[in-house]
Each structure stands twice: as C-alpha cells, then as structure tokens.
Design a protein around this ligand. Structure first.
Ligand code: GRF
Length: 269
C-alpha cells in the first residue's frame, strides 16, 4: 500500500492534465491528493477546475511581476541568496551565444518571479510538484529550493512529444510538421535544461495518413491524461530510482546521464 502523497500543481492554461489528476485522485486510482494549484497566468482556466475540486489556488502573475520589477529603480530586486553568476553558468535553457547582458536581465527577472512563486508554494506541505501545462522554464534558483536532493527529484513535467525529440513549446506541432509516423508524450523529472530531465514514462500513438494537427493533439492529449497519473502513482509507490548511464559526447568521453529506473518493488520495501 503506497502512502498518500501531497501533490502541488502548476498550470498556465486549460488544465486538462490537472483535471485528469484530480479525477484519478478522487476515484482512488492514485495515492495522491492535490494540495494546491498555482499559476503564472491569472486567466488560466485550470484554476477554476481546481477550485471546483476544493483545491486551494494561487496566482504568481509572471507578466505583472516583470512589469513591476522592470519599473523598479536600480533594476529587479534579486532574491536573497541568489548568485546570478552561478545561475547563468548552470542554466541550460539559453544559448551561450546570447548577449550576456540580455541573459542577466532575463534571469534576474525570472528569479525575482520565482521567489514570489516559492513564497506562495511554501504555505503548503507537499511531496511532489507537477507541471501540468505550465509554460515557464524554471531556473536553478527555483529548482535548488523546490527540489534540493538531486538523487530524489520531486518535480515532474509532462511534455507533448517523445523526448528527446522535439523539446520546446510545440511538441504536437513539431510532430505534425516533421511528418512523424509515430508521436507521443513524455513525463520527466525537471532539470536545469529545457525538457531534458530524466524520463519517467512515455506513451506513443500512430500518426495515420490524413491526421492533421488537431487529430495529433487529440490522440496525444488522451494519452497524456493516462500517463501523468500513472507516473504520479509510481512516485507515490516509491518506485522511481535515479541511476546513471555513460553517455559520451564529442569532447566529453566520460559524460554520464541521469536516467530513471522504474523498480518492480518500492525502494527499501
Ligand atoms: C499539454 O499538451 C502539455 O503536454 C503541454 O501543454 C498542454 C497543456 O494542456 N505542456 P492542459 O493545460 O493540461 O490542458
């Protein structure tokens, strides 16, 4: 019997994945309870879904925070404890070719907003954070604080493609535009890169001749709604173990990659 885990959710939009998680929890299909839902976007329809399910909600408004911080004399207020240099060195989402001043400004603003997000989240006790259609990349500042143990990550994201193909904001569009014959979705732990963290689970569908983007999205979303609760349940059952595999790259013969091993039985059980 798995423990009942406390799940926090972050969303940006419609929240159909959140709904799938809420439904699975209400039906007793997963040993999880959603304890908060937060959004970067005050208009996210998913907030209404959470409220209907009796889940506390909050908004850490990204656009508003950026507006306020940009207007602040002397520039954005950096959160306490933030080392912007080390954040820039560790982030994996912005190309090194980007003008360093621009990168600094971007990450200072992002971290200022993340500090507000953490403040909201810290009002709750939670075991797992799920990014359920949450459209902001998170920086090492946030990740270090929300998921401090690299061997026991606790932030999951759902992505609308079979990673490592098609990271980024338009997985179904990319699947369609490339004429893929198979598409899918992925749940992974979040790391400092863009959709690059260790893969927990995947589901695939066939792209049939004549499928347009809408058909692809429909097939993919239906699988997302199954996959996310399944991965949450694996976490609740303590069956996700981080291991490492050699993954040599040009100039980095000893490089290792973190992967998730899905155990038959709970760790330590
Ligand atoms: C999903 O396709 C998810 O994979 C992606 O954004 C979409 C969000 O859908 N990250 P919803 O808000 O859960 O309905």
């Amino acid at each position: 019997m798995a423990r009942t885990i406390r799940v926090g959710a972050l969303i940006s939009g419609g929240g159909t994945n959140l709904q799938a998680i809420l439904d699975a929890a209400a039906a007793g299909k997963i040993d999880a309870e959603v304890v908060f839902t937060g959004s970067d976007n005050p208009w996210a329809k998913g907030l209404v879904r959470a409220e209907k399910a009796g889940v506390p909600v909050f908004v850490a408004d990204y656009a508003e925070t950026v507006r306020q911080e940009k207007a602040r004399p002397g520039g954005p207020r950096l959160p306490e404890g933030l080392d912007l240099g080390s954040l820039l060195a560790r982030q994996g989402v912005m190309d090194a070719a980007v003008d360093p001043d621009r990168a600094q400004r971007f990450f200072a603003l992002r971290a200022a907003w993340e500090a507000r997000l953490l403040e909201e989240m810290n009002r709750f006790d939670w075991d797992l954070l799920v990014l359920a259609g949450f459209m902001r990349l998170l920086t090492p500042y946030f990740l270090d604080r929300a998921s401090p143990d690299p061997e026991q990550p606790r932030i999951m994201n759902i992505h609308p493609a079979l990673l490592p193909a098609f990271p980024g904001g338009d997985g179904y569009g990319d699947t369609f535009r490339h004429g893929c014959k198979v598409g899918g979705c992925t749940v992974h732990f979040v790391d400092c890169g863009e959709d690059s963290g260790p893969i927990i689970g995947q589901k695939a569908y066939a792209v049939d001749p004549g499928d347009d983007l809408a058909a692809i999205r429909k097939k993919g979303l239906a699988l997302e709604w199954q996959l996310f609760p399944e991965c949450i349940q694996l976490f609740a059952e303590n069956r996700l173990k981080i291991t490492r595999r050699p993954c040599p790259a040009p100039g980095e013969p000893d490089r290792m990659r973190k992967v998730v091993e899905v155990l038959e039985k709970p760790m330590g059980g």
